[in-house]
Design a protein around this ligand. Structure first.
Ligand code: CA
Length: 238
């Protein structure tokens, strides 16, 4: 299911560019999905939330700018990283794009290598869980580079989904997330997994953390959070 893979949605109608981008993104181990119209992009977004959208300006049905406005107006996609692509380096387009909420802007022709670098930079900026630095809370340390987790310097056994969940929590400490938010942010594909699955993975994560299980708190009727605080309000043995 590609749980830890970064998904890039390419919205572009020129097959040669899609091919070039797909090739270079797959080399960066990203999952690539491509659609060629605004309508298909919107359809895609109803089923999956990519980590980043690469959005062409000129599309056959509507402009990329139109899709961008729609994305930014939607509560679910407000913060979705978007890089606009355009054929001409037009300053006015650039301003319009940035005004409408594009995070970055790349003019054609572009170097795929440079574009990949810009994507990486944007992902790091927008999603702390894409960091390559070690993340920690109390005795727990997660190293994204080798996929290891230690508790009090002891390496623990942790499943793939639990690793991803822990990474997300460590990137957003002291914040409550609902089950559906966790599904969306951690699994990124809300069509496939049920909300109950989140509970199962949280239980497994706590088990894996052993003595540090207190970090993952159940917040009644809201969801879960990672907190180093010993507040009894957030403790729940359910
Ligand atoms: Ca185009």
């Amino acid at each position: 299911m590609g749980l830890d893979k970064t998904t890039i949605l390419i919205v572009e109608d020129e097959p040669a560019i899609v091919e070039l981008l797909t090739f270079s993104f797959q080399a960066a181990s990203w999952d690539v999905c491509a659609v060629d119209t605004v309508a298909r992009a919107w359809e895609f977004l109803q089923n999956r939330t990519p980590d980043l959208i690469l959005l062409d300006w000129m599309l056959p049905d509507q402009t990329g700018l139109h899709l961008l406005s729609r994305i930014r107006a939607d509560r679910h996609f407000k913060k979705l990283p978007v890089i606009m692509l355009t054929a001409k380096n037009m300053e006015e387009d650039k301003i319009a794009g940035l005004d409408n909420g594009a995070d970055d802007y790349v003019s054609k022709p572009f170097s795929p290598r440079e574009l990949s670098a810009r994507i990486k930079a944007l992902l790091r900026r927008k999603s702390p869980e894409h960091t390559e630095n070690c993340m920690a809370a109390d005795a727990v340390v997660l190293d994204p580079n080798n996929g290891s987790v230690t508790v009090s310097n002891q390496k623990i056994e942790i499943g793939h989904a639990e690793f991803k969940l822990l990474k997300f929590f460590l990137a957003h400490p002291e914040r409550v997330f609902s089950r559906s938010q966790l599904l969306d942010k951690v699994w990124g594909d809300h069509a496939v997994i049920e909300e109950r699955t989140v509970d199962v993975h949280v239980l497994r994560l706590r088990k894996a953390l052993g003595e540090a299980d207190y970090l993952i708190k159940t917040v009644r009727s809201m969801g879960y959070m990672l907190s180093t605080k010993q507040s009894s309000n957030h403790r729940d043995d359910a």
